[in-house]
Design a protein. Structure first.
Length: 266
């Protein structure tokens, strides 16, 4: 699988003092077309950053936020919505992300409401201290998932693997804890692309092939969904997968993204 890196561009919005923020372009191409999207990773490093993100919620979003009792779930919700708004701003040049609304679709998937841009969609993920969102045209559906690497999580994920996936992982040079995260995030990302979540049998998302590449990247292919594949990025303490059409080549600045995560860990 060949990829191509795009220049790491500064965000179109000003975020004074917000250092836990990464915003960049996403590019996908086939022989005839190029599809442009954007991606945002975010964590709150101060009460002021949390307050700024909270001020970006629209009325309905804030009302829902106030009903969430768990502090962790409130933070996850805010990180996801804030990341989505900033990703829309990156893609469209919008200077007022407050006007972007992220609602729940009929299957629980996030749905964007933004001006007349009915053709852009969003995928959201959150884990640990981070939230992330990818924004993309509906003609180029994507799904993303971010997972924190931890021994406890690895034990849980190992129980979710099929015998075939265990054999595949044994035949690669990918460390076991990374491989477990790779398999899980690939399935989660595909379920978001399909907008089914895990409402269909989990084994339907079985991995049929995985190939490791340079800089901690790996390609993942699905037994029952041969039209899609997933790109996995090893981000240090986190693993990230993005699922997309197998006919496309992805352009994501993996080196800059990994540098950002490694810097955040210090």
């Amino acid at each position: 699988m060949k990829g191509f890196d795009t220049p790491h561009l500064l965000p179109v919005l000003k975020h004074p003092g917000h250092t836990g923020l990464y915003i960049d372009n996403l590019i996908f191409k086939n022989r005839e077309e190029v599809f442009a999207g954007s991606i945002c990773f975010c964590r709150f490093l101060s009460p002021e950053e949390h307050k700024t993100a909270l001020s970006r919620l629209q009325t309905g979003e804030r009302e829902y936020y106030d009903t969430i009792k768990s502090e962790k779930r409130r933070k996850d919700y805010l990180l996801g919505r804030y990341s989505a708004k900033l990703a829309v701003a990156k893609l469209t040049g919008e200077q007022e992300p407050d006007i972007v609304t992220v609602e729940k679709g009929d299957s629980g998937q996030p749905v964007l409401r933004y001006r007349s841009f009915a053709d852009i969609q969003v995928s959201i993920t959150h884990t640990g201290d981070f939230g992330a969102a990818a924004v993309f045209p509906k003609t180029c559906p994507l799904g993303i998932d971010l997972e924190k690497v931890s021994p406890g999580r690895a034990k849980v994920l190992a129980k979710k693997m099929t015998d075939g996936e265990k054999k595949l992982l044994e035949n690669t040079n990918i460390p076991r804890d990374r491989g477990l995260i790779m398999v899980w995030t690939a399935k989660e990302a595909l379920s978001k692309l399909l907008k089914t979540g895990f409402t269909i049998p989990f084994d339907m998302f079985e991995i049929s092939e995985m190939t490791s590449g340079n800089h901690g990247q790996a390609a993942v292919y699905f037994r029952n969904f041969p039209g899609y594949k997933s790109l996995f990025l090893d981000l240090g303490s986190y693993g990230f997968s993005i699922a997309f059409s197998g006919a496309l080549e992805p352009g994501i600045n993996s080196a800059a993204l990994k540098e950002f995560f490694l810097r955040e860990e210090k």
